[in-house]
Every structure is written in C-alpha cells, then in structure tokens.
Design a protein around this ligand. Structure first.
Ligand code: AHM
Ligand code: MG
Length: 323
C-alpha cells in the first residue's frame, strides 16, 4: 500500500519547466530537446529490459565506424535516438558513434546539434551489466535555415550548452547539466517518469576508488603506473565495470578517478572526444570534479575530427590533480 502522505517528487518535466529561465538561451527549445532525449532513453530502457527475452541480444553483423562489432541494441538505440531528435524538431544535425558521417535531420530551422553515443559499454550489453547513453548539445554556429555543418560540432568542449548521460543500471538514472550544476533523475517504471533524486550533485574532492583496465597497465605511461602503484599502496579500492557511464557515475557519487590512458592498441586513448570525453568532462567540472588528457583540461582539447579519440583521466579533483 503506497504511503499517501509521501509526495511523488519533482518530475523531469516540471523541473525543466521551473528551471527553464536559468537555461542558456532560455527559449524553450533546449527544454524540448532534453525532453526528447529523455523520451528516447525511456524507449531504450524498455528495449534493454526486454533484451534477454526476445531475440534482440547479440551482434547485428554490421561494423560501426570504429570497426567494432555493433551489437543489436546499439543499432536499436541509435535508431531510436535519431528518430526522437528528428521528430522533436529542435536539432538540425547529429553525430553518433554508430554513424561515420554527420546526420542531417532535415530540421533546418533547428537551433541545436547533438553528439551522441547511443549505447556505451557495448561489451556489457549481452551479459546484463550496466550500460549507458552519453549526449552533448551545442547551439549551432551555421545560419538557421540551412543544413548543419561540421563547424557546428567543432566548437570545442567549452561551447557545450548541455550534456548528460543515462545509466541503465540497477535503476535507470538521467544525469545532466546545462552549466548550472548537475542534477540526477531516477526513472520510476510504474509512472513512466523521471523523478528528481539527486539535486545539485557535488563530486567528493577525494575518494577511495580507482577505475581502469588493469590488464593494460604495462602499456601505461610511467606517471600513470606510479600513480596506480600509490593507489594500491594506500589500499584504495579498484573498481572497473568497463562501461564509462557506470564507472563515472559511481565515482561521481562516491569519489574516485577513472583512467583510460594511452595503450599500445589505442595510442591516443580509446574514448571518443566529442560524445564521450567532452560531455563527461562538462558534468565533472560542473560537479566540482576534474577531467584532463594529461596535458590540459579535456574541455580545452581542440577538436579536429568527428570521431577523434582522447586519453581521459576524470573524477575527484584531488585525485586527478595528484595524478
Ligand atoms: P564502446 O563505446 O565501444 O562501448 O567503448 C567505450 C567503453 C567505455 O564505456 C569503457 O570505459 C571502455 O570502453 C572499456 O574499454 P576496455 O574494454 O578497453 O577497458
Ligand atoms: Mg562508447
């Protein structure tokens, strides 16, 4: 029996409506765009929950631009997001991890472009381990009324007007920033609504968790190896899920550092700058954390191509500083 005295809480829609005036370019279009992304994520959440039941698990048999096997759910998530953003009308162009080229939505009057990793953590899809969606939003620089251009996506991390992720974990949570702090909304299945669960998230300045693929450790630069040796000496906790969204989210809440250094296989890092590193770095900085490629803040790394990779060290400010 539900306790009628307890309020349901603040829905995402209500939160966005209330906060709209604090959004950059408060015209309502960015609010609508966030709602479109939330809707697509609910659909993907449904597909993920059914994945074990119907024949949508496993590899789809096509390769994506990075030459990795695309999982069927990656393909489905990609289609869902692109469709939601096209139908929403606020977005003129999209880049996705799953598509080599920029996608024109046909909404030439849309004022925004979106860079997205529709389903991150692909190696975890088939084994019921947490996966996520990552998105990054820019205000276009090309003239309204024309098609999106590459320049719209090459503005650099500091030009993002919003960024976020959805973690499909033990519960589903949407975390985003519009440059005024970070908020988290947990999905209530029974209501079909995201409810505000984490108001103004602050990442602890220090933590006890380090997250990296230790199997690659012999490839890491000496300073990373030294740092990890320190972590182990201090008996910090090693936790690595292999889904950036899940590892990042845990460290955001509990305090910790995530590392994807250069390796022999991925000499400039594995993660993609535009739709993995930039949005996570924007969120980290907004929550009081830090993100760097070892040389400079991630948000200052200059973009040169759509699917560019970067080294990523991200998390609690004192840990990243010490590294
Ligand atoms: P993906 O976009 O193909 O899923 O790759 C990104 C993922 C991250 O989520 C994760 O942190 C990392 O790759 C894991 O890589 P590895 O298996 O090399 O440790
Ligand atoms: Mg990815």
């Amino acid at each position: 029996m539900p306790n009628l005295a307890l309020p349901v809480g603040t829905t995402l829609d209500r939160y966005i409506m209330r906060r709209q005036n604090a959004f950059p370019f408060a015209t309502g279009e960015l609010s609508q765009l966030l709602r479109d992304i939330a809707l697509a994520s609910k659909i993907i959440n449904r597909e993920i929950n059914r994945a074990g039941l119907i024949d949508i698990g496993g590899a789809a048999g096509s390769g994506n631009v990075q030459g990795e096997m695309q999982q069927k759910l990656d393909v489905i998530a990609n289609i869902r997001f692109i469709r939601a953003l096209k139908n929403g009308g606020e977005v003129c162009g999209i880049i996705s991890e799953e598509d080599e080229h920029m996608i024109q939505t046909g909404n030439v009057n849309g004022k925004y472009v979106v860079a997205i990793d529709p389903l991150d953590g692909s190696s975890n899809i088939d084994v019921n381990v947490s996966i996520g969606t990552i998105f990054s939003i820019y205000r276009r620089v090309s003239p309204v009324g024309t098609e999106a251009t590459l320049d719209d996506f090459m503005q650099g991390g500091r030009a993002q007007v919003a960024a976020g992720y959805v973690l499909y974990g033990s519960s589903t949570i949407l975390v985003f920033t519009t440059g005024q702090g970070v908020s988290g909304f947990t999905y209530d299945n029974s209501l079909g609504e995201y409810i505000l669960s984490h108001n103004d998230i602050r990442q602890p300045a220090n933590g006890s968790i380090f997250s990296c693929n230790d199997g690659n450790a012999d490839d890491y630069p000496a300073y990373v190896q030294d740092y990890l040796a320190q972590c182990k000496k201090q008996r910090l906790t090693g936790r690595y899920i292999g889904s950036l969204v899940a590892d990042f989210h845990r460290n955001l809440i509990k305090g910790g550092i995530y590392l994807y250094p250069p390796t022999v296989k991925s000499p400039v890092g594995k993660l993609r700058l535009l739709y993995e590193c930039y949005p996570m770095a924007f969120i980290a900085e907004q929550a009081g954390g830090m993100a760097t490629d070892g040389q400079q803040p991630i948000l200052d790394v200059r973009p040169v191509s759509l699917h560019q990779r970067s080294v990523l060290y991200i998390g609690s400010s004192e840990m990243v500083t010490q590294l």
